[in-house]
Design a protein around this ligand. Sequence first.
Ligand code: COI
Length: 355
Amino acid sequence: MSGKNINSIRVEPTQQSRLSQVDFNNLKFGQIMTDHMLVANYENGTWTDVSIVPYGDLSISPSMSALHYGQAIFEGIKAYKFADGTISIFRPDRNLERFNKSASRLQMPEVPEDIFIGGLKALLDIDRAWVPSLEGTALYIRPFMFATEAALGVHPSISYKFVIICCPVGAYYSKPISLKVETHYTRAAEGGVGFSKNAGNYALSLYPTQLANDEGYDQIMWTDASEHKYVEEAGTANLIFRIGDTIITPHGDTILHGVTRRTIIELAEKWGYKAEQRRVSVAELLDGIKNGTVTEAFAAGTAATITHISKIGLAGVDYELPPVEGREFSNKVLDYLNQLRYGKIEDPFGWNNIV
Ligand code: COI
């Protein structure tokens, strides 16, 4: 194959860009991938063949262990374009940290920073024209790793592939979402893999989510595995509430430690709100909605950004949250993060990583 090396990453540019086919004014989530992807292989205990190649199919063996035993993890990151064309990636260091925690839990090798972040920057440098600039849009970045050993038998694979693909996106949720409190099915149990971003955590959510959809809810509000008494997270994002004057998010190893969640808690603390990471019972939440102390509830995630929650249903009874317009904290966070991510204000935290 032809190609050139940039800092030990082999680059094979596409001969035919698909950029002109994209309608940047009507972006859906996750539909169109950029021209290139980064691929690296783990073999004999080391990462090799780090390459940026045209986006396309990968060849896999039917006995590849990820297909059978599920060693497959991923991340979600976003990059933004400033008005002057600067490209900035939001807190990729935090995603790398979480990715490697997921990897350790699933007995997979860690991916070093020079491949994860260095490779991502090299990839975005080539595909920078794909980063959309309209407010509400971003380049969604999906790093993932899966086991490639072509053999049956349950053991950690001896080989892996790490890949980064990207797609220009609009909103994941285009309106406030309704949640059904799940009191039968379980996402994660103590000692399990709830904190890791592995493919199986999403596969197991599909059936209960379909049941919730059939009842008219957009997503599930997961509860703890042993009693179904405590709130954990929403289908594809973390949960944050304002109860009285305190900003509260559920905590523990059964939930995903989201970068957006962490960012919002850090902002709340900096802005002088009381912020707590603790267990929140379903009763505390629903009573609070009834008596007016729960004034805000939203889902927070890379894809979801901040998605307001309109109502929460338990056993056929719906609890309506106050109107979105009056939600002071979540609207302020959303506005602040938009300004910071699109480079309209100073970034005092060093969260923007310029490519
Ligand atoms: C993200 O927020 O980046 C996610 O990975 C959620 C998703 C499953 C789209």
